[in-house]
Design a binder for this molecule. Structure first.
Ligand code: PHE
Length: 481
């Protein structure tokens, strides 16, 4: 492998690292997916399970991922090469980096299309398209967007151009500059919307919906969804946090930073949920309208409300900012690999990679119209398949490998140098990473495959399990010598 030793850039401050990591974590997962899956799964009980998943699986895996990145100070593939050398572990662990980069590219291909919807809605709202819109028309508005491949392609292209041009400028003049504008903007908008939500008169109802647990409404399927979502929302399992960790200075405490990131991400998801359900309930609309919650129910609600034009437009700006700050983190792992290991300049790499993601994204664009009848493995459209493959297979697989490597394979002194934990905290974290998180992830993984029940996915699982056994067999005896 051609390895060029370019020096790794670093964040200009700890605060900007935290903002960037929070920016990666906070995205469509918080504003679009969390409210509707909470709505579909009965609210409070789902939220409790989700919080437990964040604490018991999300935070430990986030700590592990940042640790693997910072301790190597290199892109995911290079980092895993270095780790396996230093820990004298099997080279197959490099697959962890490859898995992450692949997941990032595939996620961005559909994430960009959905980010495009928020941009389209921002402009529609700005033009006053949703004023006094009746329910049927709100549905039609969304359906018309999805039915038009050209419109979807236009917005997808625009999002990819913006994302690519940010990352092409590099860490400090691209990503940091964009984050420094977007994150404060996002928080400010959220605060304004929160005040507005309190003024709707349905805030208490929304609060009760999200925080009164009714376990009779929660199914096992809901628990699985909560766990899968914990991965997606914290951006873990796909090496984005690994590369953000690689740019991090040695003084910052990874454990504290991970807690800050997880708390911020969760708070923003909950606040967004409170805002959205207040608006929905104030208009006597149903909370369980699924993926259409953000793009059908909400515009309808804004259309009926005082100040709806202004606050609705602001809301879609919020969604766009949140999604864009996640999108840039999806490109970064592969881009940094191209730059540092392949000697491909950043600009060229960004263009090539952005172009590739754009091309794959066309599959998602067409899934909603021309190719809506075209179903692949397990009766899924291209979009549904990409979503399933990444959220239910690649991210959990990445998370599993990350915690197994950190807890079982990485030499203790090297791990200690990064974690700097003592006593009970260290024991608890290691115990969690060795047993609780891997078993929980495996459970989600296997259950999801059962529900998909397709031969191809079973074959995929078998290969992964064999791979896991092989790696575990090779490296087991080296730990804790
Ligand atoms: N965390 C982002 C969200 O909640 C999605 C994401 C996943 C971003 C993985 C980067 C990496 O929308």
């Amino acid at each position: 492998m051609a390895q060029q030793k370019l020096s790794m850039p670093t964040w200009s401050s700890r605060t900007v690292f935290l903002l960037a990591a929070i920016g990666s974590a906070v995205g469509l997962g918080n504003l679009w997916k969390f409210p509707y899956v909470a709505g579909e799964n009965g609210g409070g009980a789902f939220v409790l399970v989700y919080l437990a998943c964040i604490l018991l699986i999300g935070v430990p895996v986030l700590i592990a991922e940042l640790t693997l990145g910072r301790s190597a100070r290199a892109n995911p593939i290079q980092a895993m090469h270095q780790h396996t050398q230093q820990d004298r572990a099997n080279k197959l662990w490099v697959g962890l980096g490859v898995n992450g980069m692949l997941a990032g590219i595939l996620i961005l291909s559909f994430y960009s299309v959905i980010t495009g919807w928020s941009l389209a809605y921002f402009f529609d709202s700005l033009q006053g398209d949703f004023l006094q819109i009746p329910p049927a028309q709100a549905e039609q508005h969304f359906a018309a967007l999805l039915a038009s491949p050209w419109q979807l392609l236009f917005w997808h292209t625009l999002v990819m151009i913006i994302t690519t041009s940010i990352v092409a400028r590099g860490l400090r003049s691209g990503i940091e500059k964009a984050i420094n504008i977007m994150l404060p903007g996002l928080l400010l908008i959220l605060m304004v919307l929160l005040i507005y939500a309190v003024g709707t008169g349905a805030f208490a109802e929304s609060f009760a919906f999200l925080f009164t647990p009714d376990f009779s409404k929660l199914s096992w399927q809901g628990v699985l969804v909560a766990m899968g979502h914990a991965f997606f929302t914290l951006s873990i399992g796909m090496a984005a946090m690994m590369v953000y960790g690689a740019y991090l200075d040695q003084r910052t405490s990874i454990v504290k930073a991970s807690l800050v990131i997880a708390v911020a991400d969760t708070l923003i998801a909950l606040l967004a949920g409170l805002v959205i359900f207040s608006i929905v309930f104030a208009n006597q609309l149903p909370p369980s309208s699924g993926p259409g919650l953000l793009f059908q129910t909400l515009p309808m609600a804004f259309g009926q409300m005082w100040g709806g034009w202004f606050f609705g437009t602001l809301f879609f700006a919020l969604v766009f900012f949140a999604a864009l700050s996640s999108a840039i983190s999806l490109l970064e792992p592969t881009l940094s690999w191209l730059e540092h290991n392949r000697g491909i300049g950043r600009m060229k790499g960004a263009l090539g990679l952005g172009g590739l993601v754009w091309l794959i994204g066309i599959g998602t664009v067409l899934s909603f119209n021309q190719w809506s009848e075209l179903t692949l493995i397990g009766d899924k459209t291209v979009f549904a398949l990409l979503d399933f493959l990444t959220a239910n297979i690649l991210l959990p697989a990445g998370g599993l490998l990350i915690c197994l490597y950190l807890a079982w394979v990485m030499a203790r002194p090297r791990r200690q140098a990064e974690l700097r934990l003592e006593g009970i905290w260290q024991t608890l974290l290691l115990w969690d990473l060795r047993w609780v998180a891997p078993l929980a992830i495996l459970w989600v993984f296997v259950s999801n495959l059962f529900s998909a029940s397709s031969t191809a996915l079973w074959a995929f699982l078998s290969v992964l399990v064999l791979y896991g056994f092989f790696v575990a067999y090779q490296t087991r005896s080296r730990e804790e010598a």
